[in-house]
Design a protein around this ligand. Structure first.
Ligand code: ADP
Length: 396
């Protein structure tokens, strides 16, 4: 019996899911897990599909353990405890950047790794970790097919006008352009929408991926025509700790007038801004929603204002709006934030059903809302597994 693993290696965590290749339903989820706090005190938690913890391990003195060390440990453990009794047939990876070249998932080989390595400078906080995990597994199990699934790919074919920054064209030709991210999430949402409401899926839809990272995607007939993230995952919406779109003059001012180094500015924009920076309390939406502080309220208000404002921009890219889909941690669970955003979109005809919104139902728009409003849980891991299965079938 065999399985597919999808793996998402970030800077301080490695998340994975195990899907059965031979279950009663296609790609049935068997187990999932996460190695957290890499570089500090790593811990591993594995849970079965019903959420029960099946394995816990802590490395209290593991500050020096690298991603590769921890993956080696995980593989050694998995060899002794085959998860749910299944051999792994292939591993699919989330790779943040596919650049101009890659619009589809690819089987990993040495040549691909060299090409993806060249893209590290476009996503320095993510791409090196994604590739390190692939290399570590290739060293442990050279026989195991690995598949790279790109977060940029879903946006690859968006119109040229939505890809260009208003800078000298030579820089565009060198790859400084708007790529867009969260593509695996949006691809999953497009597929699910086609299942639950095919007519709407064929229309003009904004998908709102609101998690720690947050972005919007304008989808026309299920394909991306515009998105709020651009050259990096820093652009667009206000996020947990990232600033989103910002006047580039601020960056110049911080460096030239306030003497901040490149490293300090990077840390400020990625790690100290967004909900955390504005509230001074937390990057976590739940914590802010529970807070009585005026600063927390200001952060929530700005988050909603920015989301609604960017939605207005994407309506222009779409030439109108038939539906709005919320997803990811905040989008799927936070009825109050969805209401704040939708209240700002009344002029577009967005109307919520209070009860359905509170219940996180699939359809949360009021019956007479001209714009459909839905909540669809995303599942990037399943999308990775689906792509990996397709490539695996091509090898047989
Ligand atoms: P990541 O980008 O790390 O995958 P998630 O999609 O898990 O992020 O989203 C994390 C965000 O979702 C946090 O701000 C968290 O507070 C928020 N969130 C998760 N569950 C809820 C909930 N039940 N109510 C409100 N916010 C929630």
């Amino acid at each position: 019996m065999t399985s597919i693993v999808s793996l998402n290696a970030g800077s301080s965590s490695i998340k994975f899911s195990l899907f059965a290749l031979d279950g009663s339903e296609p790609l049935q989820l068997l187990a999932g897990g996460k190695i957290e706090k890499i570089g500090i005190a790593p811990s591993l938690r594995v849970h079965t599909a019903d959420g029960a913890t099946s394995m816990e391990r802590d490395w209290p003195d593991g500050a020096s353990l690298s991603h590769a060390d921890l993956l080696a440990d995980l593989f050694a453990w998995a060899a002794e405890h085959p998860l749910e009794g299944r051999e792994v047939a292939a591993i699919g990876h989330r790779v943040v950047h596919g650049g101009v070249e890659f619009s589809n998932p690819r089987l990993v080989d040495d040549d691909l790794l060299v090409r993806l390595e060249a893209l590290c400078s476009l996503a320095p906080l993510h791409q090196p970790h994604n590739l390190a995990a692939i290399r570590a597994i290739a060293a442990l199990r050279p026989d195991l097919p690995q598949v790279a699934c790109f977060d940029t790919a879903f946006h690859h074919d968006k119109p040229e006008v939505a890809s260009r920054l208003a800078i000298p064209r030579a820089l565009h030709d060198q790859g400084i352009r708007r790529y867009g991210f969260h593509g695996l999430s949006y691809e999953y949402i497009a597929r699910r929408l086609d299942e639950v409401d095919p007519a709407l899926a064929g229309g003009r839809v904004i998908a709102a991926h609101l998690g720690n990272g947050a972005s919007l995607c304008a989808m026309l007939g299920g394909e991306s025509v515009d998105t709020t993230m651009g050259f990096t995952a820093l652009d667009g919406l206000m996020m947990g700790s990232r600033c989103g779109s910002i006047d580039p003059g601020v960056v110049l001012h911080l460096q030239d007038e306030m003497g901040m180094s490149r490293v300090e500015v990077t840390d400020l924009l990625y790690n100290k801004s967004g909900l955390l920076g504005v509230s001074g309390i937390s990057s976590d939406m739940r914590t802010l929603a529970e807070s009585e502080a005026r600063e927390a309220e200001e952060a929530l208000d700005l988050f909603a204002w920015r989301a609604a404002r960017e939605m207005g921009a994407l309506v222009s890219s779409l030439g109108g709006l038939d539906g709005l889909v919320f997803t990811a941690g905040i989008g799927e669970n936070d009825a109050a934030m969805r209401k704040r955003i939708c209240d700002r979109l009344g002029w577009l005809g967005v109307m919520l059903d209070e009860g359905e919104n509170q219940a996180n139902a699939l359809r949360i728009g009021s019956p007479d809302s001209p714009v459909a409003v839905l909540v669809i849980p995303t599942n990037e891991e399943r999308m990775i597994a689906l792509h990996t299965l397709t490539i695996l079938k091509g090898l047989q």
